[in-house]
Design a protein around this ligand. Structure first.
Ligand code: PRP
Length: 209
């Protein structure tokens, strides 16, 4: 049986539609219920919803053979898995942003608010910039507006949230989208099945998104 971890939420629904259009259907999975596990006996596949941040954990430990995870989460957690396919869903960027007109003073430690401390640390250490990480859970835009931080490292999609809060991108850190990942030993022992999934999804990625 192939076990698939999908991220619960909007991105996961998009990814599921890609699976569905590629012949992998799990009836009832998009119905608004609290059910988390769906089996398709004919396909010999099981699909489950997990919190987006947890997808790499299920895949790395082999509870899921494959999964779909945002590149942001993969960069942040750096799991020991294979990244096999860009699913081209949820395309956005990881960027650093500040209030309009902010001027960085290199003499001072830069206060960085983020939900992605490892991404921020790696980025600024590459620049040799001293930073103080302020870890928050969402609505990061508030931090510079209220003076809690100098900059934020966050996901930017349309740029609307930044604009409406008088903020602007100062640098782009990475391009993001959902990626298909696989457990390393599952990829070895279920190679034919997983490669067939990659082949079918790969044919449809550009049609769906
Ligand atoms: C994300 C991100 C930004 C916003 C960017 O937040 O953290 O706040 O989307 O999108 P935009 O560029 O299209 O405005 P999300 O809505 O996922 O919620 P969160 O703030 O709770 O993380």
């Amino acid at each position: 049986m192939i076990n698939i971890a999908l991220p619960k939420g909007r991105l996961g629904e998009k990814v599921y539609r890609l699976f569905e259009s590629s012949g992998y259907e799990f009836p009832g999975i998009l119905e608004n219920s609290r059910k988390l596990v769906f089996v398709n006996e004919a396909l010999n596949m099981r699909c489950f919803w997990v919190k987006p941040f947890d997808v790499p954990v299920y895949v790395e430990r082999g509870t899921a053979d494959i999964g779909a995870a945002g590149k942001d989460i993969l960069m942040e957690r750096n799991p020991d898995v294979y990244e096999l396919l860009d699913l081209k869903a949820g395309i956005c960027r990881m960027s650093a942003a500040s209030l309009n007109g902010f001027v960085d003073d290199n003499e001072k430690t830069l206060r960085v608010a983020t939900e992605f401390p490892n991404i921020a640390k790696n980025y600024y250490s590459g620049l040799g910039r001293d930073i103080d990480i302020i870890e928050l859970r969402g609505s990061l835009e508030l931090a510079p507006v209220l003076g809690l931080s100098d900059v934020i490292v966050d996901i930017v999609e349309t740029g609307t949230t930044l604009r409406e809060n008088n903020l602007t991108v100062i640098s782009d850190i990475a391009e993001l989208s959902a990626r298909l990942i696989a457990n390393k030993s599952a990829y070895k022992f279920k190679n034919d099945e997983i490669n067939e999934i990659i082949r079918r999804l790969g044919k449809n990625v550009n049609k769906i998104n």
